[in-house]
Design a protein around this ligand. Structure first.
Ligand SMILES: [Zn+2]
Length: 365
């Protein structure tokens, strides 16, 4: 990080190993283009989550097979070229009860970024292909294969069927058992919201290659911000102010077991506000997520830890080499607005994180 003056910094472009790009079949062509740009623009590397369908006639078919990863990666990279995007976009595949070790080997050959486990019915896109039996024989064989191949496995850490405020804590038993069964498995416990999970990761990471990721909207939101405000609805749901404080301390503390993510998860306005289906996720594009995280680190006198959290820790954990690309942040207050659909249709617009709130910093384009 280079401090040019009090109001200008040059930083290494962060790495975001957890973002939702959706697909043209899911949000339409024009909005998809907006999302590809907004979710990737200022990153060095960004990972696309696999809970999306590419074909309108087959909503239950997510990114699971080598073919799907190839198709999705090509689609994302082609769209990105259209606006000169520079981030390297990598794609994850969903680990379901139908996944086999052979499928995982084929995915690795194709350069998949990792596998993702969604417990059944805990979040968007987990009502099909979600895991209902965490210790099923075939699933354990797949995890053994990931361990042998050194393939990262991301997990959404919530136990199905439990009370929302306890789901994450009750998932600890699965994490602990996976570590004991597969001591070399590169496990990523995603978007921590419960302070007890931070403690668990700190302890486990001393012995196992386990990491915890922290999404920057949880530096802001608590349960009170979600009640009655569907734009802030996300899974796991934000918890208590004490959890939010613990997440900020973990991120700014610089420990190598904690990494930056956005979990940027756009939903069309009409789906968030008018649909009967649950639409969990906060849209947190790079031009909001990065200045917001920077603001938090500055307020905590922790700017010296910013690149550790957003670049060093993710690179090391995922075995990535940073390209050296830099972005410039300037101190200039601005107000976050809704992102219009290019056709001007409000129902197809996206409401981002910090909507109608101010940010202290912005990225110089
Ligand atoms: Zn996610």
């Amino acid at each position: 990080m280079k401090k040019i003056d009090n109001d200008t910094y040059e930083i290494l472009a962060p790495i975001d190993p957890h973002s939702h790009f959706r697909s043209p079949a899911q949000i339409g062509d024009a909005v998809f283009n907006v999302v590809v740009d907004e979710n990737s623009r200022h990153y060095d590397v960004v990972y696309a989550e696999p809970n999306t369908f590419l074909d309108q006639s087959d909503l239950k078919h997510h990114i699971e097979h080598a073919d799907d990863v190839l198709k999705y990666r090509t689609l994302l990279q082609e769209r990105q070229k259209g606006f000169g995007g520079r981030a390297s976009i990598r794609v994850l595949a969903k680990l379901t009860h139908n996944t086999t070790p052979e499928m995982i080997r084929a995915l690795v050959q194709l350069g998949v970024a990792g596998m993702k486990i969604y417990p059944e019915n805990v979040t968007t896109g987990s009502s099909h292909g979600g895991i209902s039996d965490f210790f099923h024989r075939l699933l354990l064989e797949c995890l053994r294969t990931c361990e042998e191949l050194g393939l990262p496995v991301q997990v959404h850490p919530e136990y199905p069927g439990e009370f929302s405020m306890r789901k994450e804590f009750l998932f600890h038993r699965v994490i602990g058992t996976y570590c004991a069964l597969f001591p070399k498995l590169r496990l990523f416990v995603e978007h921590i919201t419960d302070r007890r999970t931070l403690d668990l990761i700190q302890v486990l990471s001393k012995k196992y290659p386990v990491h915890g990721t922290i999404a920057s909207h949880y530096f802001d939101l608590t349960l009170d911000d979600v009640l009655g405000r569907v734009d802030n609805h996300c899974r796991p749901n934000p918890k208590e102010p004490e959890d939010r404080e613990a997440l900020i301390l973990a991120a700014t503390g610089g420990e190598s077991c904690f990494l930056y993510i956005t979990d940027s998860a756009p939903h069309l306005w009409k789906n968030k506000h008018l649909s009967d289906d649950e639409c969990a996720g906060v849209f947190n594009p790079s031009r909001i997520a990065i200045p917001w995280t920077f603001e938090i680190f500055e307020k905590r006198n922790a700017l010296h830890m910013f690149e550790r959290f957003t670049v060093d820790n993710p690179s090391k954990a995922y075995g990535l080499t940073h390209s050296g690309r830099e972005i410039r942040l300037i101190r200039k207050r601005w107000t976050v607005e809704r992102l219009a659909d290019p056709t001007g249709d409000k129902e197809r617009s996206l409401t981002p994180f910090r909507f109608r709130k101010d940010l202290e910093w912005q990225i110089a384009e």
